[in-house]
Every structure is written in structure tokens, then in C-alpha cells.
Design a protein. Structure first.
Lengths: 370, 437
């Protein structure tokens, strides 16, 4: 209704993604900011922000299965690895000791999502019979299984300590991530990675938003909040848990493939429990069952180590190197990370997104903010 | 009044522009005079330098300093490099106009490709080149960036693929040549083997080494069935080396070529000897560490009796101008192991390239890259002079030495056979890396 943006008269308008003028304006401003930002950052920071974008894709994936559908998954790292290797195998050169098919990005990128999604589909029926702690243990098993396979399948992964080159961003014979000169202005590899990350994130975030506000999304919430009640209402538990796992794995696979191209190399030992925990931390810190929370959480987890590296300049007792001092940056980072999770769980279980909502509500009601 | 105000404003503007011009021009008119400089070079002296009249060239170091598998070698290696560049700075520096600093941008890559690339991106805006890029996989991961940035690097790795890469200025033989020379020496000393075995890690190191064994076998008409190509993994992954030991005891080869870590080598040699194996072991240079012949080592006798290793250059205690200089630099306490020697020797090409670029009047990254092809490296006797121009087949270093474990030798080793080129390596034609990664 004109002039009363928050009076919703239909379900559609209530669920619309950018329902109010304020939301539209801010989203537009944010998007413009994101498009301009890489021109003001160093290559290193561009690469870092690109990592945050791509990690956000994985975090959204985990949020779909764990946040929206309520199925705790510790197996995210396995699907990330699967995506990374699918991409690397499809894209890799054909004359190496590891298998490669030399295909283009428009093939390997969707495939990097589809292969994990199919594996997710196969695993999901087992997982669908379980919930809570039992499910966590089963998905944990998946990580260990995956780690073992990645180590041992040397013809695909190169094996531990050796690894293989990651997928190349090549389309129709040209590398799209190479440095180029456009009208005398140098566009670096990192800027291009930034834009690729941003683009894929935008597309997948919009798809996720639509999924969560559809019938499927409502079924997810029903399953999460009371599975028995959901079943009584006619929501098929198996069906929706399977969908949640498959979609989540798709996102994880895309994330894994793009993350590996940032580094250019894949080590089979990297897809371990710690990586899964990192993604869980992203959604817990960012905000469970929110998309913007997934992105905020990913940004927090990816950028925190880099921020901590700046601390030795401010606090002399923190040692910048790897040894000596009262505490090293690496130790401090681990401590802050752990403390952050505990603090969020106790003080703001809704994560950074919850803090944002509270701030927003405060200012909306201002000055009557009691 | 109005016009005066305008003129003073214009005057101020001109003044500001002049200041900007002066500030921008500062970099060009460095201490090199007409030498072109760019990223990674300052007109200010290096931190802690006593040469106030010299500028500073910053080189990065990406090494395995804390938690990775090669830290025992990498820490003395980095020390060796620091000592090398200190000697350069104490002397003439680069062209008498620049000192070289490798300390400020030394970073720990943890032998992890992701960490390596992230750290490289961080130091990239401040360095001219890399004085050390440790490990084949990390260096390969960073190749795209190095290519974009014209970043020349001295590797700490002996992969055969570097001969085909103009940005990576390697020293010494590669693992592939190493195996050929090791087997040539073994067959000359103990008689031509009828059966061969390779026990190795996968990848750039072990894979390259095993590829050398296969090429030697082919060139010398010795059978090398795939069953004799035994892959193993570090104990951290594999737990123990029982599988390769069982293979050795089953096949009973005349010579086993090893490309593992020192602890794994000791376990294999010790257990095989205890199982009655009488053949010879030839190890790649990273298989040796003086700790394996310590009095407490259970494999000590077996190693002293059955094992030799091939090296790309002579051990720390040797008498060449290069070795004497590093001994002088190390002072009264010898380094922990020959990582120090390697760090020192691996630095010669970078020094030669920087000097060449200086002589050509272009110390920008592009200039340094262009200088590589025109450089000849003088190793002060540690290695034969090396021309960095020309194709891979001409460039590849084919010399090796054979050493033995020796508790009386400095750093637990002594040379058995001085630099030689075995007949197999001599005739081998390098058209591609032995092991592609």
C-alpha cells in the first residue's frame, strides 16, 4: 500500500525479497559499493574478499540444510572437496599423471555442483532416517570417508603432499581470470576473481532466497521445528531432507570448485573436519536460517585472520612472526575464533544478523526505543 | 585584490603540483642513477644497513618455517640465504648501489599451497623477486601470479620441470638426473644390477626420482616392471614402512633407489637389513639427515653398511671458495644440517640475475625477467658455471656427487665420488619434465 510500506495485504508481498523501498535502496547501494570496491583495494584484499564471496556460497548451502531444514551436517567439507575435484578433473590438462579432460568452465562449474548434489542424493536417504546427534555422527563419518578417498585416489587427486592443479577458468579457449588491459587500465587476476565470485554468489543467493520462501522452504521449516507435526500435516520427511541435502551439496560443490581456483592448487588433506567446523562457525556467527547471515558469517570467518595479522602493530606483546612473544598471531586467531563462537552462542544466538535486526529495530522505533 | 587572490591561488596550485612531481620523480632518480627501478626497490637504505648511500632491494622468502614437513631443513636453509645476502651486502651489494634485504618479507608457507599463495599476495606489492620459494606444489600453485607479475624466483626444490620455466632459476641437478647418476655410480661400483627397485613418495619429488629410475632402466636394458615401482608415503600418513620393506624382501633387488624422508629411509634400510637383505640402497639427497647414524639409531649399522646418497652439491665441510665463504659466515657453530649449504648455493643465480639486470640498466620486474636469459651464474666452485639462457636440454645440470654417511665428516657426511656426469644422464635428452605435475 502506497505510503505504508510495511502493511502487507498479500502473502506474496509479505514474502517479497526486497519488499520495502528502504530495502531496495540499501540493496542497490550495497551492490554499487560492491561493484566499485575492487578498484580501491590491493590485489591481496581483492583475493580475500573474493574468498569471502565464494565461502558465502558454501555457507548458504550449509544454512539450507542445517539452518532452514534443521539437519546438522558436519559433512560439508566432503562435498566441497568433491566439487573441487570434479572441477579439476574436468578442466585439467590431459597429459598429466592425474586424470584431466581439458573441458571449459561452462561445463565444469555446473558439474562441480551437480556431482556433489548426486552424491548428496545417494547419501541423504540414510541420513534422512536420523536426526540430531546421530545425524551429526553420520555426516562426520562422511568427512573421514572423503578424506581417505581423496588421499588414496591418487590418479584423481595426486595424493597427500603432492596434490594437483585446480580447475582453470577457461571459456571457449580463453582464460577469463588472466590479467588484461582495458583501455589502458590494468584489470588484475584478483579483480576478475572478485567479480566472478560476486556474480556466482548473487545468482545462487537469489535462487536460495526463492527456494526458502517457496513451498519447499516452508516444508524445511516445518521439518526443522517439529518433524512429527510436519509429517502429520503431510510433509514427507524423507523427500524434504533429501532435497535439502542435495541442494546444500550443490552449493558446497560450487564453493569448493571456485575456492580451489583461487589458490590454483588442491591438497587432498585440506577437506577435513576443521573445514566443516569453519563453515558451521560461519552460519552460527552469521545467523542461522538467514541468507544475509550466511554472507556476514563467511565474511567474518574469512576476514578475521587477516585482521588479527594487523594486531602486532597495535599491541607489542603479540608476536607477528610464527614463534616467540607472549602470544603469536596464529594462536590469537585461534583463541578469538573459539571465543567468538562461545560469545555468539551465549549473547546473540541469532548471530551477526540478529545484531543487525536489533540495531535496525532500535533505530526504527527511535526515539521510543525502550 | 581579486586578481592578486587568484594569482596567489594559481601560485599555490603550481607549488603543490611541483611538490607532487618531486615526490613522484623521487623513485626514478634512485641511487642507481640511470638504472630503471620499480616495485620492491627503495631509495632508502635497508633496515639495519650501514650503507646510507645505497638503496634497498627487497626479496621475498616463502619457506616452511614452523609446522610443515621440511622445517628441519628449511630453517637452516633460510639462515644460509640470510648469510649469503649479508656477505653480498658487506661486499659491493648489487652494483655498489643497492643492498638486498630478504628478512623483512620472509613468510611461513607451512608447506601449504593455499598459505603460500595467500602470503605471496600479501608481500607482492613490496618485493622485486623471490629469494626462496620452497616446495614444488606451492611454487606451481603460485605460477599464474608469478607470470602476471613477472616475478622471478629461486626455488627450494629440485623438480625436473624447472628447467622448462624461465621464471624459476634453479640450481643443481634435478631428481630425475639424480636417479640416473646414482644408478650409474652403483652399477660402476657394485656391478650392473639385474633387478632394480624404486621406493618413493608420490609427486614432484618421488615421482621425478622414480621416473629417472625408469629412464635409466630403459637406457641400460635392465628390467623395471611396474611391481618394482613401489610408492610409499611419509610415516605421518602411512604409519610405517612395512609395505615397501616387504616388497624389497620379496623381490630382493640388487639396487634400491630411495626417495623418501630421512626417518622413512632409516626404517626401510634398517628393517630390510634385519630381514636379511644384502643389496645396495642409493638415496636421493633429501633422504639423508645426520641424525639417522646417531649412536642411538637402531638402523645405524645397516645405513653405514648398505646406503649411499646422491647430492647436487658437496656437503658443508668441503673445500671450495663457496664453501669456505659459507663456513666463514656460519662462524664457530656449524649449522644444524646441509640445508644451510643448499640455501647458500641456491642464492647464486638470484645474485647473478640482479647484477645482470643492474648492468643492463633495468631493475624493474620486467627488466629482471629479461635479464635471466642473458645471465651466466658463477657458483664460486660449488657447482660448474651455469648459463640461464638456451633451451632446457642444454641448461639442465647433469652433474652429481655421491656421498656416504660418515660420523667423522662435518654434518655427518663425506664425499665418495666427486662431481661426475654418468653416461645415462649425459646422453639423455630433456624434452619435457620427467614427471609432469
Amino acid at each position: 500500500v502506497r505510503g505504508r510500506p510495511e502493511l502487507y495485504t498479500t502473502y506474496e508481498s509479505d514474502q517479497a525479497p526486497l519488499g520495502t523501498p528502504a530495502k531496495r535502496t540499501w540493496f542497490g547501494a550495497l551492490l554499487v559499493g560492491a561493484l566499485v570496491l575492487p578498484f580501491g583495494l590491493t590485489s591481496e584484499l581483492n583475493a580475500l574478499v573474493a574468498t569471502a564471496f565464494i565461502s558465502a556460497i558454501g555457507a548458504i548451502g550449509l544454512n539450507i540444510v542445517t539452518g532452514y531444514a534443521g539437519q546438522v551436517s558436519l559433512g560439508h567439507a566432503f562435498f566441497l572437496g568433491l566439487g573441487a575435484y570434479t572441477a579439476a578433473v574436468l578442466s585439467g590438462p590431459t597429459d598429466r599423471s592425474v586424470v584431466g579432460l581439458g573441458l571449459d568452465m561452462w561445463i565444469w562449474l555446473p558439474a562441480a555442483g551437480l556431482v556433489p548434489a548426486i552424491v548428496g542424493l545417494i547419501v541423504a536417504p540414510v541420513a534422512a532416517r536420523l536426526k540430531g546427534l546421530y545425524l551429526a555422527i553420520v555426516t562426520l563419518g562422511l568427512v573421514f570417508l572423503g578424506e581417505h578417498l581423496f588421499r588414496e585416489m591418487r590418479f584423481l587427486t595426486g595424493g597427500p603432499g603432492t596434490g594437483r592443479s585446480a580447475a582453470k577458468m577457461e571459456m571457449f579457449g580463453t582464460r577469463i581470470d588472466e590479467r588484461t588491459e582495458i583501455f589502458g587500465y590494468t584489470v588484475t587476476r584478483e579483480m576478475k576473481l572478485y567479480f566472478v565470485g560476486l556474480l556466482v554468489l548473487l545468482v545462487l543467493a537469489v535462487l536460495a532466497k526463492n527456494l526458502t520462501r517457496s513451498k519447499v522452504g516452508r516444508a524445511f521449516s516445518a521439518v526443522r521445528d517439529r518433524d512429527i507435526a510436519a509429517e502429520v500435516m503431510g510433509v514427507s520427511l524423507t523427500r524434504y531432507k533429501v532435497i535439502a541435502f542435495a541442494v546444500s551439496s550443490f552449493y558446497a560443490g560450487i564453493c569448493g570448485a571456485l575456492l580451489s581456483t583461487l589458490t590454483g592448487f588442491i591438497e587432498p588433506t585440506g577437506f577435513n573436519l576443521l573445514l566443516s567446523v569453519n563453515f558451521l562457525a560461519m552460519i552460527l556467527i552469521g545467523g542461522v536460517a538467514t541468507l544475509s547471515g550466511s554472507m556476514l558469517g563467511a565474511a567474518f570467518v574469512v576476514l578475521l585472520p587477516r585482521l588479527v595479522q594487523e594486531i602486532p602493530r597495535l599491541l607489542p606483546f603479540v608476536e607477528g612472526g610464527s614463534t616467540g612473544g607472549v602470544i603469536t598471531t596464529f594462536q590469537l586467531e585461534t583463541l578469538l575464533f573459539g571465543a567468538g563462537i562461545v560469545a555468539f552462542m551465549i549473547l546473540e544466538p541469532r548471530g551477526i544478523f540478529g545484531m543487525w535486526v536489533r540495531t535496525r529495530t532500535y533505530w526504527k522505533a527511535w526515539p521510543f526505543s525502550y | 585584490m581579486k586578481s592578486i587572490g587568484r594569482w596567489s591561488r594559481i601560485g599555490a596550485l603550481v607549488g603543490i603540483l611541483a611538490l607532487f612531481a618531486a615526490a613522484c620523480g623521487g623513485d626514478d632518480a634512485g641511487p642507481g642513477g640511470d638504472v630503471k627501478t620499480g616495485i620492491g626497490i627503495t631509495t632508502a637504505a635497508c633496515p639495519g644497513s650501514t650503507h646510507a648511500d645505497r638503496g634497498c632491494i627487497y626479496l621475498g622468502v616463502l619457506s616452511d618455517l614452523t609446522v610443515g614437513p621440511f622445517r628441519a631443513l628449511a630453517v637452516p636453509l633460510t639462515e644460509g640465504q640470510k648469510a649469503f645476502w649479508k656477505r653480498v651486502n658487506d661486499g659491493n651489494g648489487i652494483g655498489g648501489k643497492y643492498d638486498v634485504d630478504i628478512t623483512k618479507y620472509t613468510r611461513d608457507n607451512k608447506y601449504n599451497t593455499q598459505e603460500h599463495v595467500a602470503q605471496l599476495r600479501q608481500i607482492l606489492p613490496n618485493i622485486l623477486a623471490l629469494a626462496q620459494s620452497l616446495g614444488t606444489p606451492p611454487t606451481i600453485a603460485a605460477k599464474d601470479i608469478m607470470e602476471d607479475e613477472n616475478l622471478v624466483a629461486a626455488p627450494a626444490s629440485w623438480w625436473s620441470g624447472w628447467a622448462f620455466d624461465e621464471l624459476v632459476i634453479e640450481s643443481g641437478h634435478n631428481y630425475c638426473v639424480e636417479s640416473m647418476n646414482g644408478l650409474d655410480w652403483a652399477s660402476e661400483t657394485f656391478g650392473k644390477p639385474d633387478t632394480l627397485m624404486a621406493v618413493h613418495y608420490p609427486g614432484d619429488y618421488g615421482g621425478d626420482s622414480a621416473a629417472g629410475v625408469a629412464r635409466w632402466a630403459q637406457a641400460n636394458d635392465v628390467a623395471f616392471p611396474t611391481a618394482n615401482d613401489v610408492q610409499t608415503a611419509p610415516n605421518a600418513t602411512a604409519g610405517n614402512q612395512d609395505a615397501p620393506v616387504a616388497a624389497i624382501l620379496r623381490v630382493k633387488p640388487d639396487v634400491v633407489m630411495l626417495a623418501t624422508g630421512p626417518a622413512e629411509m632409516a626404517e626401510i634400510v634398517g628393517k630390510a637389513a634385519a630381514g636379511g637383505f644384502k643389496g645396495r640402497f642409493v638415496g636421493s639427497s633429501p633422504t639423508y639427515n645426520p641424525a639417522v647414524i646417531a649412536p642411538t639409531s637402531p638402523a645405524r649399522t645397516a645405513i653405514l653398511g648398505l646406503y649411499n646418497f646422491v647430492s647436487p652439491w658437496a656437503t658443508f665441510g668441503t673445500n671450495t671458495p663457496a664453501h669456505n665463504a659459507m663456513k666463514a659466515a656460519a662462524g664457530s657453530t656449524p649449522p644444524a644440517n646441509d640445508g644451510y649449504t643448499s640455501g647458500w648455493i641456491w642464492s647464486y643465480p638470484m645474485k647473478a640475475v640482479l647484477e645482470k639486470a643492474f648492468d643492463l640498466g633495468d631493475l624493474t620486474r620486467e627488466g629482471v625477467r629479461a635479464a635471466v636469459k642473458q645471465t651466466t651464474v658463477d657458483y664460486e666452485g660449488a657447482l660448474p658455471d651455469k648459463n640461464l639462457g638456451g633451451d632446457a636440454n642444454t641448461n639442465v645440470v647433469r652433474q652429481s656427487l655421491i656421498s656416504k654417511p660418515d660420523e667423522k665428516g662435518l654434518l655427518g657426511a663425506s664425499t665418495v665420488k666427486e662431481f661426475f656426469v654418468g653416461p645415462t644422464a649425459k646422453d639423455f635428452s630433456f624434452t619435457e619434465p620427467c614427471q609432469k605435475v
